[in-house]
Design a protein around this ligand. Structure first.
Ligand code: NAD
Ligand code: MG
Length: 390
């Protein structure tokens, strides 16, 4: 039977890897229904033509004309603006890949969840900013959430979800990013190019910076807590530079189950898109005899305060993870534009958390999407104000 698939954020790194798997699938196995992008009209149009998509949605109307022109001789429907993303996510499919970056992906991903279908979740920020509400929605709509983030995908593969009492802890592995061994003096001088140059994974710009500050691992800690319903105290982080063990689960009997593989996102994407079956992925096969050694270290939270901030935000709960995420998005964008230094990023996040923690309902989880969007907007403003004051 043909699997109908939509990809939210198809022009990004995860989106392109997903389409690479679709391209290699057997004829008739997968049908692409809708594709979305923020502003890259050219890439969106060429993907839509190659994969014979039914509908494309462009979030930013700036390049709408380019998209219309490129698709004028096709019968591919076009939608422009944020509502078009919701429309794309609401088209009837079997599987939706949520691969938009940042909190901008929240509403489209929820629209996919509302269909009660299989949702591949790459967009960790939407779970970080709306964890309780998001997981509640997954439950009430009967959707199946398939984690695409490699660590969470690994845990999903080895976690005995029907025996939660047997689980002692989750162990998230981290590559440590490009500055694992850098001194504070070096970190003070980090350039955009240094930070974008990840030693193991090839990813979009925002997540590459998050990997360099280790905020990515902080977001993943929060993501794991909501996805697998575990408190902060039961989730450890271990630096493992080779990124071969993608994460582990320790059981009360002392067993530790791990998932291993080459560091290639097409493995977790194939797992999510093929679930409950396995789908072939053209990744380098793991040859353990060629590995000189797998190493593990505790993360340095003094050098990488983002990890501490994320853990604190998770423990406070309520609106704290949303504020953390929004302030981080603004700080990372400012760093990418050369407006702030690398080490300013965690300071901007910490000061937004400090300011918002004084508000009366900070520790209370938002019940409505509108509350999350308000908190997200307010935290962005706080972070902007901090940047302007630097
Ligand atoms: P990317 O920057 O390469 O692509 C992001 C996609 O989202 C693009 O299609 C872009 O057009 C779209 N987009 C950006 N801003 C948007 C907006 N405001 N509205 C609508 N669409 C918008 O990002 P990526 O590296 O593919 O990451 C996507 C998600 O997957 C992120 O949440 C990231 O944390 C997660 N993730 C990525 C990787 C990886 O290897 N790249 C690994 C694990 C998790
Ligand atoms: Mg990850």
């Amino acid at each position: 039977m043909t699997k109908r698939v939509t990809i939210l954020g198809s022009t990004g790194s995860i989106g392109e890897s997903t389409l690479d798997l679709v391209r290699r699938a057997k004829p008739g196995e997968i049908k692409v229904v809708a594709l979305t992008a923020n502003s890259n009209s050219e890439k969106l149009a060429s993907q839509a033509i190659e994969f014979k998509a039914e509908f494309v949605a462009l979030a930013n109307n700036k390049n709408a004309e380019v998209l219309r022109e490129a698709l004028k001789d096709t019968n591919i429907e076009i939608g422009i603006g944020p509502d078009a993303l919701i429309e794309a996510a609401s088209r009837e499919v079997d599987f939706c890949m949520a691969a938009i970056i940042g909190a901008a992906g929240l509403e489209p991903t929820l629209a996919a969840v509302d269909q009660g279908i299989h949702v591949g979740l790459a967009n960790k920020e939407c779970l970080v900013c709306a964890g309780d509400l998001f997981m509640q929605r997954v439950k009430t709509k009967g959707a199946t959430l398939l984690p695409v983030d490699s660590e969470h995908n690994a845990i999903f593969q080895v976690l005995e979800r029907d025996k939660p009492k047997g689980v002692k802890r989750l162990i998230l592995t981290a590559s440590g990013g490009p500055f694992r061994e850098a001194s504070i003096e070096t970190l003070q001088k980090v350039t955009r190019e240094d930070a974008l140059n990840h030693p193991v994974w090839s990813m979009g710009a925002k997540i590459s910076i998050d990997s360099a500050t280790l905020m990515n691992k902080g977001l993943e800690l929060i993501e794991a807590s909501y996805l697998f319903d575990r408190p902060s105290a039961e989730i450890d982080i271990l630096v493992h530079p080779q990124s071969i063990i993608h994460s582990m689960v320790e059981y009360i009997d002392g067993s530790v189950l791990a998932q291993l593989g080459s560091p290639d996102m097409r493995t977790p994407i194939a797992y999510a898109m093929g679930w409950p079956d396995r789908m072939a992925a053209p990744v380098e096969r793991l040859d353990l005899t060629k590995m000189s050694g797998l190493t593990f270290f505790k993360p340095d939270i003094h050098k990488f305060p983002a990890l501490r901030l994320a853990r604190e935000a998770l423990e406070v709960g309520g609106k704290a993870p949303c504020v953390l995420n929004a302030a981080n998005e603004i700080a990372v964008a400012a760093f990418l534009q050369g407006q702030v230094k690398f080490l300013d990023i965690p300071h901007i996040v910490e000061s937004a958390l400090d300011q918002h923690s004084k508000r009366s309902c900070f520790g209370k989880s938002p019940c409505e999407v509108a509350d999350i969007i308000t908190t997200d907007n307010e935290a962005r403003i706080t972070a902007h104000e901090h940047i302007v004051s630097l």
